[in-house]
Every structure is written in structure tokens, then in C-alpha cells.
Design a binder for this molecule. Sequence first.
Ligand SMILES: O=P(O)(O)O[C@H]1O[C@H](CO)[C@@H](O)[C@H]1O
Ligand SMILES: O=c1cc[nH]c(=O)[nH]1
Length: 245
Amino acid sequence: MSNHIAAAPDDIAETVLLPGDPLRARWIATTYLDDASCYSSVRNMLGYTGTYRGQRISVQGTGMGQPSLSIYAHELLAEYGARTLVRVGSCGGLQESVAIRDVIVAMSASTDSSINFLRFHGLNFAPAADFTLVRAYVERAENAGVPHHIGQIFSTDSFYLDRPELHDRLRDYGVLAVEMETAALYTLAAKFDARALSVNTVSDSLVTGEALSSDDRERSFAEMVELTLDTVTASGSAGGGESRS
Ligand SMILES: O=P(O)(O)O[C@H]1O[C@H](CO)[C@@H](O)[C@H]1O
Ligand SMILES: O=c1cc[nH]c(=O)[nH]1
């Protein structure tokens, strides 16, 4: 086992879906995976492995925020051999054109976190998605007629922001939505030469004030999750993709 995941080395698939909410992980595993079994419940941060259309897939809760996601993503990449990580999250819409339940496909992520500032000694690293995953996901979203937006997301350390005017500035610069993990996910995937994508269903609007319930955030993101499973298992690709070298 690793520090925070109580699984044997082979218990976890090379492709892992990453919801922030561990109960969303349980819902995804019990709804979509065949022969799903729970490999870890340390801190109740549930992780499952099963099969989807015959291919091995894992689902691991990450908790909220970049420090928490970084622990799980690091251990999956460094100790369990994960090659493809897809965040299946919720987010707050920043633009008028972004409606509740639309899916945000995050090409890149800005952040107010100091993690990368420290990691790169003041350089502004630009965390970005794996293009092959973006393309494959968007093709499926278009074919299925699922409302979606492709662009930049804001990964904040502060759900309750002391500077709400920052949202106005980000809106002016075209940022689509706010959540709390994607910048760290894309950074760690780059570090470990793995593939990552973050897709996020809009659970509330910072424009209109509309919001989904916690039950909905746990169990109702079927379209986003089905597109994700279709994407990562297409052409038997759940084993990973091309590497840099
Ligand atoms: O619903 P999840 O995937 O946890 O994502 C969003 O919800 C949490 C905040 O409520 C943060 O983790 C944010 O990124
Ligand atoms: O981080 C998040 C997630 C959902 N909605 C928000 O406003 N922020």
C-alpha cells in the first residue's frame, strides 16, 4: 500500500477516474463498472476497480483542493503505475453562456495556488490537458449532443474567495468555470509523463446563483461520466497512450 491508498500494486488499473467526492466514486463504480471492488477506504477516500466494456478501470476519490488531489494523483502515478487520469468533477460557471449541467472540458487551468510558484521558482507553469483526450472527449460530446464548452478553468484554493472581483477579471479573460483541482492534476501528469483530462459538470452558476443539490452532485453526472468511460475505453485505449519519449 502507499501512504494513503490501501491497495496491492496490481489492484489499480492504468486508467483512473478522479471525482473529488468519494461518494461519487462509489456511485460511478456501482453504476457503471462490472465486478467493481473497493480497493481502499483509508480516510473514507474510496477507490474501486472494475471493468467497463471488458477493460479495467479504477475510480478514486481525491477530496477537495489541490493538496488533497496531489496526494492521490502522486501515489497513483508514482506507486501504482497509473497512465491516464481523468477528473470527473463539479464546477461553478463563470460565464452567462455556461448553464447548469453543461460540461466544461478544461484545456488548461489557471490557479491562485502557490504550489507551482514554489515548484518552478516563480515561473508561471501552464498546466494543460492531454490533447488526444480532449479531442476524443469532445468528439463524443458532439456526437451525443451533450452541451459542453472547451477552454480554460480556474483552480482555486479558496472556495470562499475573499476577492470576488477576481471572478469578474477571470470572466473578462474568458475563463469558463471555477473548481479546485485541475491545475495540480495537469502538473502531476506532466511530471510523470502521463495523460490527464479534467471534465467538470456545472453544479452552480456564479452568474445566476442557481445550484444543484449535494445529492445531484454525488449521483447525477451520468452524461459526463458515460462520455468519459467511452473516451478512455475507445479502441482498447484504457491501457494508456503515447509517452513523450
Ligand atoms: O465535486 P468535486 O469533484 O469535489 O469538485 C468541486 O467541488 C468541490 C467544492 O465543493 C471542489 O473539490 C471542487 O473542485
Ligand atoms: O470549486 C467549486 C465547485 C463548484 N462550484 C464552485 O463555485 N466552486
